[in-house]
Design a protein around this ligand. Structure first.
Ligand SMILES: [Zn+2]
Length: 280
């Protein structure tokens, strides 16, 4: 069946400090929770309000469910799809790291019957798919590729975050396909990334309009700190942005973009799209 075109909107619900990568190796749970400073708790109600009545997929970082068990409850109660981003935010391309993360997140994923996975930094290896299948996932959305692809990976599916191919259509969708120089030099603009949304929000809205008209359902990503500002956000991440200027687009407020998106386009979570696309 061909699903009705919609923007497949996802929010990778992570602490503000996931952006900087400086705390990837901070392991102490209390220190991590303190660093979040209740941002993830404070942001959830306003973000759910901004989204309402649209339904999206919210890929949650599992440690947030440990800090504030009411957050996954609120996401589900508001009618959104609850997915998993990871248990602790760090690269999970390495199969062993992913295995540890899947074991650590097993409890809350089972409790909520989580079926969707979005890899941190949209970075995944082919070895991950059988592991995700064994862990009970039905799909992953962890590579970049042009809209309109739903890739079988064993018994689960990969629904890529959208790119716009500028010169011809790519044919090779082997993971990893992350936001890299290789992707860009291959002529693909990863417009589903909130990096691109930060750089050119109006152009992205135009691309979305064109894709919907063409019958496609593009997948895009936003983050909580792009919609609700953490306390002293720019002061706290200024040093990281100064040394890694490519972080800058992630620090921009995208609540206006979201408002425009919700006003002009139909929006859907990812899993119902996959169910419709695979129904015979
Ligand atoms: Zn992330």
């Amino acid at each position: 069946m061909h699903p009705t075109p919609a923007i497949l909107l996802s929010i990778d619900y992570e602490p503000w400090f996931a952006l900087t990568r400086r705390y990837d190796t901070l392991y102490h749970p209390d220190q991590r929770r303190k660093l979040d400073g209740e941002f993830t708790l404070r942001a959830i109600d306003p973000i759910l309000e901004m989204l309402s009545p649209a339904k999206t997929t919210i890929y949650l970082v599992g440690e947030i469910a440990e800090w504030y068990p009411e957050i996954p409850q609120k996401i589900v109660a508001a009618g959104h799809e609850l997915g998993m981003h990871c248990q602790y935010h760090r690269p999970l391309i390495d199969a062993h790291e992913l295995e540890l993360d899947l074991a650590a997140s097993n409890k809350w994923r089972s409790q909520y019957n989580v079926l969707g996975y979005r890899a941190p930094m949209v970075g995944i290896s082919e070895a991950a798919y059988p592991m995700l299948e064994t862990a009970g996932f039905a799909y992953s959305s962890s590579i970049y590729a042009p809209s309109g692809h739903l890739l079988p990976k064993g018994n689960i599916h990969e629904l890529p975050v959208s790119t716009l191919p500028l010169f011809g259509h790519p044919k090779n969708f082997v993971a990893p396909r992350d936001f890299s120089v290789k992707l860009l030099t291959g002529g693909e603009v990863p417009f589903g990334s909130s990096f691109m949304i930060g750089l050119m929000p109006d152009a992205i809205l135009k691309i979305l309009e064109r894709e919907i008209r063409a019958g496609l359902s593009p997948v895009i990503i936003l983050h909580p700190y792009e919609l609700i500002r953490p306390d002293s956000f720019l002061r706290r991440i200024g040093r990281d942005v100064a040394s890694h200027p490519l972080l800058f687009p992630f620090t921009l407020n995208k609540s206006n973009f979201l408002k425009n998106l919700l006003k002009h386009f139909p929006v859907s979570p990812l899993y119902p799209y996959i169910q419709a696309a695979t129904a015979s």
